[in-house]
Write a protein that binds this ligand. Structure first.
Ligand SMILES: Cc1cc2nc3c(=O)[nH]c(=O)nc-3n(C[C@H](O)[C@H](O)[C@H](O)COP(=O)(O)OP(=O)(O)OC[C@H]3O[C@@H](n4cnc5c(N)ncnc54)[C@H](O)[C@@H]3O)c2cc1C
Length: 416
């Protein structure tokens, strides 16, 4: 067995290609007198033109190829995502947010459904579409067993009623994967995912959410009022749903499936983590440049040990976070079971590192760091979401600690 973290020529080329795109299209290109990343942040609008450009060069819908097994180690995907989020996390999420819908489709859909709907999530380079994955509700964020959106069986399909909140690409997406309760009282096991397209009657975006950071990414609230969804839009099909519900009624079976490998979403967490690494690295690089230029007491501030040590800690923490994300992404693409919550570990670490590094980056910049003249205040605003979405940092800790309890067995395993 070999072990190497050396990048191949192809991987280096992919990284450089993504970096050039991020530098030119997000950092250098100006829109109405502002660098694109600052413009879209201030405008709080979805940057369709950059997503179209990304599609033109082949950077949009890349998750599809990763899922199809074309990136055998996952490293190329990791490198590309880090570079794009180095450019701008909001725009990066506009490019990669549809991947969540793809993950939702892939985790529950039949092969036929995946084949039909995956391309429709992304559209074509001439006619770009985005996708959304709608789980969260006003009363169900971390605790998804509390989802109140109901799906009721009717002739030829299902009627969906409920509301969704915080949905990335919600309302602007063509394809929404909506999680609903079909059998109240059974928690997760009574839930199913449905394909809801934006043209369905009764389906509306009720509010666009204004946010602290990642402002180029669209976030919305959605309402579903008697939305009719045909039978073939139930992911996995009715037989599979009935089998799941029957199995859940049998306590032994339910216990067995609960103690199995963690959910497929454990595999998407390191991909989200590497996005945070991109933000942290951008903040670190600008901090190094600034610390070499800014002088106080007759020397560049990098010569003050207090500042130099901050930079040393930033570099160390970013590398640590990146390595955890690379491991997690590799486990995901090689279908290695996440027995210790390795996906959650990667996201927990990367989210924390992004928040801490961007905070210290503001400190290194002093008062200038607090102004919009420099990017570090934006990096800090963008970083915070990585401790909240795709499972808060506390939920990541919960996932990891449950695996620890299972691993060591005994009483702890029962209570965790
Ligand atoms: C910008 C943005 C984009 C988003 N995109 C999507 C999307 O595309 N699709 C989607 O479905 N959702 C999306 N979300 C929702 C996101 O996943 C939830 O906000 C997140 O899961 C937290 O849920 P909550 O906000 O209800 O917080 P709560 O679950 O109410 O948590 C509040 C606090 O309590 C803590 N907490 C809760 N339970 C526990 C526990 N058992 N132990 C310890 N601490 C606990 C949490 O960690 C948190 O600190 C998005 C959110 C945002 C802000």
């Amino acid at each position: 067995m070999t072990f190497s973290l050396a990048l191949t020529e192809e991987q280096q080329a992919a990284r450089d290609w993504a970096h050039d795109f991020a530098r030119k299209e997000m950092r250098e290109k100006e829109v109405e007198g502002l660098p694109a990343h600052r413009y879209w942040d201030e405008a709080e609008e979805f940057p369709w033109e950059i997503v179209e450009k990304a599609a033109e060069v082949g950077l949009y819908g890349m998750d599809y190829y990763t899922m199809a097994g074309q990136d055998t180690t996952g490293l190329t995907t990791a490198l590309i995502i880090e570079e794009l989020f180095w450019g701008c996390a909001g725009i990066g999420l506009a490019i990669f947010g549809s991947g969540l819908a793809l993950a939702g489709l892939a985790s529950a859909g039949t092969g036929e459904q995946i084949g039909e709907w995956a391309p429709r999530i992304f559209g074509t380079p001439d006619d770009i579409k985005v996708g959304a994955y709608a789980v969260s509700e006003p009363g169900a964020g971390s605790d998804v067993s509390k989802i109140r959106t109901r799906a009721e069986k009717v002739e030829g399909g299902w009627l969906l009623n409920g509301e969704k909140i915080w949905i990335t690409n919600g309302g602007i997406a063509d394809v929404h994967i909506v999680v609903a309760t079909v059998n109240p009282g059974m928690g997760h096991r009574g839930q199913a995912s449905f394909i809801v397209t934006s043209d369905m009657e009764g389906f509306t975006q009720t509010k666009k959410v204004k946010k602290l950071g990642i402002r180029a990414s669209h976030t919305a609230e959605l309402a579903l009022v008697d939305v009719f969804v045909p039978d073939d839009h139930l992911l996995g099909g009715e037989d599979k749903l009935n089998a799941k519900i029957e199995a859940a009624k049998n306590p032994d079976q339910a216990k067995k499936s609960k103690s199995g490998a963690l959910s497929t979403f454990e595999a998407t967490r390191p991909i989200v983590g590497i996005q945070a690494v991109g933000i942290a690295r951008a903040a670190y690089e600008q901090s190094v440049t600034y610390a070499m230029q800014r002088e106080t007491f007759g020397v560049p501030i990098i010569r003050h040990q207090a500042i130099a040590f901050k930079l040393a800690d930033m570099a160390t923490e970013i590398d640590a976070a990146r390595l955890l994300c690379w491991r997690g992404i590799n486990m995901g693409v090689t279908w290695t079971p996440f027995k210790q919550g390795e996906g959650s570990m990667a996201k927990l670490k990367a989210g924390r590192v992004a928040v801490q590094v961007t905070d210290e980056a503001i400190q290194v910049h002093g008062g200038f760091g607090y102004s919009r003249e420099f990017d570090v205040e934006k990096f800090h605003r963008d970083a915070k979401i990585y401790e909240i979405f795709e499972g808060t940092k506390e939920i990541q800790q919960l996932v990891i600690s449950r695996q620890i309890a299972r691993h060591f067995g005994g009483e702890g395993a029962k209570s965790a």
